[in-house]
Design a protein around this ligand. Structure first.
Ligand code: FES
Length: 128
């Protein structure tokens, strides 16, 4: 599939949208400062699939989280802004992801993947 461009201006802080790229749902979340802080203050030792929030986001655009919305357990679509970690909750078997899309609880083995993307301006990204 071809790369897609997504305008971020309609996504208010604390909200998210879902777009499709290569047939996959992609969540784009405009995180609040509190959500960013939670993601960054989590010790790696608390994580099943240890990755820093810095490694999963773009410098200078720390509020934006872009992840593939496919649960790494058996492929259900997690719900955003749900669950104990204010990130994503998978209704199929209860996996819980944090505000960085990292797996925190439940049977999923891995974090939600970050697709290849880049900022083409302050308010627009290209995915793919
Ligand atoms: Fe998400 Fe099983 S598919 S928890």
């Amino acid at each position: 599939g071809a790369p897609i461009e997504v305008d971020l201006t309609p996504i208010a802080q604390g909200q998210d949208i879902k777009v499709f790229w290569r047939g996959q749902p992609i969540y784009i979340m405009n995180r609040t400062p509190k959500q960013v802080e939670e993601a960054r203050n989590t010790p790696l030792s608390d994580l099943k699939d240890p990755q820093t929030d810095q490694a999963r986001t773009k410098e200078g655009h720390e509020n934006w989280l872009v992840v593939v919305g496919i649960c790494t357990h058996l492929g259900c679509i997690p719900i955003a802004h749900e669950g104990n970690y204010d990130g994503f909750f998978c209704p199929c078997h209860g996996s819980q992801y944090d505000t960085s899309g990292r797996i925190r609880q439940g049977p999923a083995p891995l974090n939600l993947p970050v697709p290849p993307y880049q900022f083409v301006s302050d308010s627009k990204i290209q995915i793919g």
